[in-house]
Design a protein around this ligand. Sequence first.
Ligand SMILES: Cc1cc2nc3c(=O)[nH]c(=O)nc-3n(C[C@H](O)[C@H](O)[C@H](O)COP(=O)(O)OP(=O)(O)OC[C@H]3O[C@@H](n4cnc5c(N)ncnc54)[C@H](O)[C@@H]3O)c2cc1C
Length: 434
Amino acid sequence: MSQEVFDAIVIGAGPSGNAAAYTMAKGGLKVLQLERGEYPGSKNVQGAILYADALEQLMPDFRDDAPLERHVIEQRMWMMDDQSHTGMHYRSEAFNEDRPNRYTIIRAQFDRWFSRRVRDAGCTLLCETTVTELLRNESGRVIGVKTDRHGGTLLADVVVLAEGVNGVTAQRAGLREVVKPKDVALAVKEMHFLPQDVIEQRFGLRGDEGTVIEAMGTITKGMTGTAFLYTNKESISIGIGCLVDDFAKSNQTPYGLLDAFKSHPSVAPLIAGAEVKEYAAHLIPEGGYDAMPQLCGDGWLMVGDAAHLVNSVHREGSNLAMTSGRMAGEIIVRLKRTREPCVAANLALYRKALEDSFVLKDMKKYRKIPHMLDANRQFFDLYPRLLSQAAQTWFRVDGKDKRAKEGEIISAVRKARGVRGVIGDVYRVARAWR
Ligand SMILES: Cc1cc2nc3c(=O)[nH]c(=O)nc-3n(C[C@H](O)[C@H](O)[C@H](O)COP(=O)(O)OP(=O)(O)OC[C@H]3O[C@@H](n4cnc5c(N)ncnc54)[C@H](O)[C@@H]3O)c2cc1C
C-alpha cells in the first residue's frame, strides 16, 4: 500500500506555523502540523504584545473567543540610568476602540486557542513529535520529513518550516546556517501575579485597559538589549534580553540583569508584593535583514522566527510570523488550485509577497540598525546617563539661574562625548534609520 502524501506539512505550532496551517486548511488542503511540545504553546515564550492587524487578516472574528489579556492604551518608552528613567509616555483614549490594535497575551493560552482554531479548520496536529530531518528525492526536492516517532517518515508536496529561532531542521538540511551569537538575543522573563485592582491602580487603568513599558539604558550594562514590562489582567510580564555575543563577552548573567531591573527604583514599586510564578528564557532573532536565510526552495518555505523575520527596533515578531505564515499558506493554496508544482520557481512568489508587504519593507528599512548599535555602545550607557544628568540639572530648583544650568548641561555633554561626537552620533542614527 502506498504511503499517504499530504498537501503540506508544517513544522511547528507557534504563530507562524499556525497561520500557515490555518490558511491552507481553510483553503481545502490536506495539512499535517507537527509540534515537538506537549501542546502548542508549551515551549513558547513571548512578552507578549499581540498586534491585532496580523491576526485579523486571518480571522476577523478572533476577538470573540481568543484569550486576550488587556488592550494597550498606553505605551511608555524609558531611557534608564541606575537611579532614574527619562520617559516618553503615549496614552490615548483613541485606543479604547471597538477593535483595539494591540493586546497583551499569555502565549501558552494564546497558542492553544490558535491551534484549536487551526484544527477546527481541518488541519491534523501531532504533538510531542519532533521533526529530525527533511526528506528529499533524487533531484534534491524536499518531499517530506522524518520524525522522532517510530517509523516516523511523512510525505508531503511541500514543507513549511515554522520551527522558530533555533531552526535545527533547516540547519541539518543545509537551508540555514547555525545561528550566530551576534544575531540573537537571549531574553529572560518572569510573570508576577497581583490582584487585578492593584494592577489597575498602579497603572491608572480601567477594565481591560493595559500599559506596556519598553526600556533601555544602563540596565543592560553596556550590552545591546532592552527590557520590558507589560500589564496582563492579573499579572505583570517583566523581562530583559541582550545579544548572546555580548553575554559571552561580559560577566553578566541574564537573571542577574533581570534581578537588577526588577529592583530598579522605577520598577520595584510597580511589582511590589507580587507572587512570581513563572520563569522562562528564549532566543530572539535580532540580526535583521542581513541575517535572514533563503526563504524558499524546491518543496519548502521558511516562515517566522525560523526565517529571522523580527523587527527588533519596534519589538515586533509575532505579527511578522503570522503574516509570513499566512502568505506562505496563500501561495501554496494558489499553486495547488492551479495544479502547479511546489518547486523553487513557483514558491518564489512567497518572497515576492513578503517584499510587497510591511514584512520585508520594514526588515530592509532597519537593515543597518544592528550594525550601527553594535559599533556604538554609547547609546546603551553614556547617553542614558547624560540624559538623566541633564534632566536632574534642569528640574532641580537650587538657586542657580537657568543660563548657568544650560551651560552645565552643555559642558557635561562636551566633556563626555564632545560636540563633534554628538553630531556624529545623530548623523549615524539618522543614516541607519532612513
Ligand atoms: C521574551 C520574548 C518577548 C517577545 N515579545 C514579543 C512581543 O511582545 N510581541 C511580538 O510580536 N513578538 C515578541 N517576541 C517574538 C515572538 O515571540 C516571535 O517572533 C514569535 O513567537 C515567532 O513565532 P514562530 O511561530 O515563528 O516561532 P515560535 O513561536 O518559536 O514557534 C516555533 C514552534 O516550533 C516548534 N518546534 C521547533 N522545532 C521543532 C521540530 N523540530 N519539530 C516540531 N516542532 C518544532 C516549537 O516547539 C514551537 O512551538 C518575543 C520573544 C521573546 C523571546
